[in-house]
Design a protein around this ligand. Structure first.
Ligand code: ADP
Ligand code: MG
Length: 250
């Protein structure tokens, strides 16, 4: 009995658990035999070179790519190949690579769009206003359409939109991609603060990044993907950032 009581079942302790998962687009299998977990209150960083399959991993979780083997468990439910439009209702928010804001809608409207799965419109309004008042960069573009915002402004709005969804699992894909270093810092300031708030509410975050140093500043766990496979998975600090880079540069 003792042994049983002390054994933690990883699939129930975690909010999201992938077990031996393979993900494909049509006939093309991109990820093979991937096992990873993220627990409530944790940030998992997924790093790796271009084409490693990082975006495909997030797409597989939300049903935008096909999970062709293994199991995906979220909040004790089987998530394998759910329809992508169900993600919001299940508390999963996706901040995709390239932002994908509504180009002809203002910053405020884009933030509002994150609240679509929530019933309490007043709470959405409060959260949108709260985000705008907290971040001057967002306030500046509150009335400006997304297609005329800078990359950094768009990224802050995209993160805000994810936050307004009040997620239990937030997926963020390459927030620093294509941004000047000073803007990367700004985006990570926003990310650090909002992740603090979300983790306090026991949400979990999966952050995909190529900027290993930045990712390691907020991650509890780090998983290195290369050519569709996990080549390292451990707690932050087990490997210094320079060695993590080495894992996939050679
Ligand atoms: N829609 C798609 N259809 C077929 N192959 C794709 C598609 N999207 C990405 N791929 C392929 O999957 C691999 C991984 O891509 P991706 O997940 O975007 O990598 P990363 O995000 O790590 O840069 C690449 O070889 C890419 O060409
Ligand atoms: Mg990608």
């Amino acid at each position: 009995m003792w042994v049983r009581a002390m054994t933690t079942d990883v699939s129930t302790a975690s909010l999201l658990h992938l077990d031996a998962v393979s993900v494909a687009y049509g006939e093309t299998v991109v990820l093979r035999d991937l096992t990873l977990s993220v627990a409530p209150g944790e940030v998992l960083a997924v790093v790796g070179p271009n084409g490693a399959g990082k975006t495909t991993l997030l797409n597989g979780i939300v049903g935008l790519a096909s999970v062709v083997a293994g199991s995906v468990t979220y909040d004790s439910r089987n998530l394998r190949n759910m329809r992508p439009e169900r993600a919001g209702g299940m508390g999963i928010a996706y901040v995709p690579q390239g932002r994908w804001l509504f180009p002809y809608a203002s910053g405020t409207m884009n933030l509002w769009s994150g609240g679509y799965p929530r019933r309490d419109r007043r709470a959405v309004d409060r959260d949108v206003k709260g985000f705008l008042s907290r971040w001057p960069v967002a306030q500046r573009v509150s009335r400006r359409n997304a297609n005329v915002m800078s990359g950094g402004e768009q990224q802050v709005v995209a993160i805000g939109r994810g936050l307004v969804a009040e997620p239990r699992l937030l997926l963020i894909d390459e927030p620093s991609l294509g941004l000047a270093p000073v803007l990367v810092e700004e985006v990570f300031r926003v990310l650090t603060e909002i992740s603090g708030g979300l983790l306090e509410k026991n949400a979990a975050i999966i952050l995909v990044e190529q900027n290993v140093n930045m990712a390691l500043e907020i991650a509890d766990h780090v998983c290195v993907l290369a050519a569709g496979e996990i080549v390292h998975d451990g707690r932050r600090g087990e490997l210094p950032a320079s060695q993590i880079g080495d894992l996939y540069l050679h």
